[in-house]
Design a protein around this ligand. Structure first.
Ligand SMILES: [Zn+2]
Length: 161
Protein backbone atom coordinates (compact mmCIF):
# COMPACT_ATOMS: atom_id res chain seq x y z
CA UNK A 1 0.00 0.00 0.00
CA UNK A 2 1.33 3.44 -0.96
CA UNK A 3 0.20 6.52 0.89
CA UNK A 4 0.11 10.01 -0.61
CA UNK A 5 -0.24 13.25 1.23
CA UNK A 6 -1.98 16.40 0.06
CA UNK A 7 -3.09 19.62 1.67
CA UNK A 8 -2.46 23.32 1.52
CA UNK A 9 1.05 24.63 2.02
CA UNK A 10 0.49 25.65 5.62
CA UNK A 11 -0.63 22.12 6.52
CA UNK A 12 2.32 20.60 4.63
CA UNK A 13 4.85 22.64 6.57
CA UNK A 14 3.23 21.62 9.86
CA UNK A 15 3.09 17.93 8.89
CA UNK A 16 6.75 17.86 7.91
CA UNK A 17 8.09 20.02 10.73
CA UNK A 18 9.12 23.04 8.66
CA UNK A 19 9.20 26.16 10.84
CA UNK A 20 6.59 28.08 8.77
CA UNK A 21 5.56 28.99 5.23
CA UNK A 22 7.82 32.05 5.53
CA UNK A 23 10.83 30.14 6.85
CA UNK A 24 14.21 30.64 5.20
CA UNK A 25 14.03 27.04 3.91
CA UNK A 26 10.30 26.78 3.31
CA UNK A 27 10.27 24.37 0.35
CA UNK A 28 9.21 20.82 1.08
CA UNK A 29 11.00 19.43 -1.97
CA UNK A 30 14.42 21.07 -1.76
CA UNK A 31 16.62 23.13 0.54
CA UNK A 32 16.68 26.31 -1.54
CA UNK A 33 16.60 29.39 0.64
CA UNK A 34 13.96 32.04 -0.02
CA UNK A 35 16.75 34.31 -1.27
CA UNK A 36 17.86 31.64 -3.75
CA UNK A 37 14.26 31.10 -4.91
CA UNK A 38 14.08 34.78 -5.83
CA UNK A 39 16.97 34.28 -8.27
CA UNK A 40 15.83 33.29 -11.78
CA UNK A 41 16.04 29.53 -12.23
CA UNK A 42 18.61 29.60 -15.05
CA UNK A 43 20.91 31.79 -12.96
CA UNK A 44 21.12 29.53 -9.90
CA UNK A 45 22.42 26.08 -9.14
CA UNK A 46 19.99 23.30 -8.36
CA UNK A 47 19.41 22.97 -4.61
CA UNK A 48 19.74 19.61 -2.83
CA UNK A 49 16.49 17.66 -2.70
CA UNK A 50 14.62 17.43 0.58
CA UNK A 51 13.49 13.89 1.40
CA UNK A 52 11.95 12.25 4.44
CA UNK A 53 15.48 11.12 5.37
CA UNK A 54 17.03 14.61 5.09
CA UNK A 55 14.14 16.01 7.17
CA UNK A 56 14.81 13.36 9.87
CA UNK A 57 18.54 14.18 9.73
CA UNK A 58 17.85 17.92 10.00
CA UNK A 59 15.51 17.28 12.94
CA UNK A 60 18.33 15.41 14.74
CA UNK A 61 20.63 18.40 14.11
CA UNK A 62 17.91 20.70 15.51
CA UNK A 63 17.63 18.60 18.68
CA UNK A 64 21.41 18.29 19.04
CA UNK A 65 21.64 22.10 18.89
CA UNK A 66 19.21 22.46 21.81
CA UNK A 67 15.85 22.69 19.97
CA UNK A 68 16.00 26.46 19.65
CA UNK A 69 13.52 27.60 17.03
CA UNK A 70 15.43 30.80 16.34
CA UNK A 71 18.48 28.73 15.29
CA UNK A 72 16.60 26.35 12.98
CA UNK A 73 17.41 28.37 9.86
CA UNK A 74 21.12 28.04 10.61
CA UNK A 75 21.34 24.43 11.83
CA UNK A 76 18.46 22.39 10.40
CA UNK A 77 17.18 23.99 7.15
CA UNK A 78 14.22 25.37 9.16
CA UNK A 79 13.14 21.93 10.43
CA UNK A 80 11.78 22.21 14.00
CA UNK A 81 9.73 19.05 14.43
CA UNK A 82 9.68 15.40 13.50
CA UNK A 83 7.46 14.65 10.48
CA UNK A 84 3.96 13.68 11.60
CA UNK A 85 3.64 10.94 8.95
CA UNK A 86 6.33 8.85 7.31
CA UNK A 87 5.35 9.68 3.75
CA UNK A 88 8.31 10.69 1.60
CA UNK A 89 8.27 14.06 -0.14
CA UNK A 90 7.93 12.49 -3.61
CA UNK A 91 4.51 11.22 -2.45
CA UNK A 92 3.26 14.68 -1.60
CA UNK A 93 0.84 16.17 -4.12
CA UNK A 94 1.78 19.71 -5.16
CA UNK A 95 -0.55 22.38 -3.73
CA UNK A 96 -2.17 23.33 -7.04
CA UNK A 97 -4.44 25.95 -5.46
CA UNK A 98 -1.47 27.97 -4.19
CA UNK A 99 0.41 27.55 -7.45
CA UNK A 100 -2.57 28.79 -9.48
CA UNK A 101 -3.21 31.65 -7.04
CA UNK A 102 0.37 32.84 -7.62
CA UNK A 103 -0.12 32.79 -11.39
CA UNK A 104 -3.48 34.57 -11.20
CA UNK A 105 -2.01 37.21 -8.90
CA UNK A 106 0.74 37.92 -11.44
CA UNK A 107 -1.82 38.12 -14.27
CA UNK A 108 -3.94 40.50 -12.21
CA UNK A 109 -0.92 42.72 -11.53
CA UNK A 110 0.00 42.68 -15.23
CA UNK A 111 -3.53 43.79 -16.10
CA UNK A 112 -3.27 46.59 -13.55
CA UNK A 113 0.04 47.77 -15.07
CA UNK A 114 -1.49 47.67 -18.55
CA UNK A 115 -4.46 49.70 -17.36
CA UNK A 116 -2.14 52.36 -15.88
CA UNK A 117 -0.12 52.44 -19.10
CA UNK A 118 -3.30 52.75 -21.12
CA UNK A 119 -4.45 55.64 -18.94
CA UNK A 120 -1.06 57.41 -19.23
CA UNK A 121 -1.06 57.05 -23.02
CA UNK A 122 -4.61 58.32 -23.22
CA UNK A 123 -3.71 61.29 -21.03
CA UNK A 124 -0.75 62.10 -23.30
CA UNK A 125 -2.98 61.85 -26.36
CA UNK A 126 -5.50 64.26 -24.86
CA UNK A 127 -2.74 66.66 -23.79
CA UNK A 128 -1.39 66.75 -27.35
CA UNK A 129 -4.87 67.33 -28.72
CA UNK A 130 -5.16 70.32 -26.37
CA UNK A 131 -2.05 72.02 -27.77
CA UNK A 132 -4.21 74.47 -29.72
CA UNK A 133 -5.83 75.71 -26.52
CA UNK A 134 -4.21 78.51 -24.54
CA UNK A 135 -4.16 76.57 -21.28
CA UNK A 136 -4.71 72.97 -20.31
CA UNK A 137 -8.12 72.62 -18.78
CA UNK A 138 -8.35 69.71 -16.31
CA UNK A 139 -12.12 69.84 -16.35
CA UNK A 140 -12.08 69.38 -20.12
CA UNK A 141 -9.70 66.46 -19.68
CA UNK A 142 -12.05 64.75 -17.23
CA UNK A 143 -14.90 65.29 -19.68
CA UNK A 144 -12.87 63.72 -22.49
CA UNK A 145 -11.96 60.75 -20.29
CA UNK A 146 -15.63 60.24 -19.49
CA UNK A 147 -16.57 60.52 -23.18
CA UNK A 148 -13.84 58.07 -24.20
CA UNK A 149 -14.85 55.67 -21.42
CA UNK A 150 -18.51 55.83 -22.46
CA UNK A 151 -17.54 55.29 -26.11
CA UNK A 152 -15.40 52.24 -25.27
CA UNK A 153 -18.05 50.82 -22.96
CA UNK A 154 -20.67 51.15 -25.68
CA UNK A 155 -18.34 49.45 -28.17
CA UNK A 156 -17.65 46.65 -25.69
CA UNK A 157 -21.38 46.14 -25.08
CA UNK A 158 -22.05 46.06 -28.82
CA UNK A 159 -19.29 43.49 -29.17
CA UNK A 160 -21.10 41.25 -26.70
CA UNK A 161 -24.39 41.32 -28.65
ZN1 LIG B 1 12.16 23.63 -3.75
Amino acid sequence: MRLFFFGDYDLMTKMYGICSCNARYCCLHCTASRQRMATPRDEREQSPARTLQTIMDDFQKYEADGSRRSRAKDVSHSIVAKPFLEIDTDHVVLPSLHISLGNFKQMYELEEHCHKLDYTLFKLRVTHADNDDDEEDPTNFDKRVTEEYTKRLTQAKQGLL
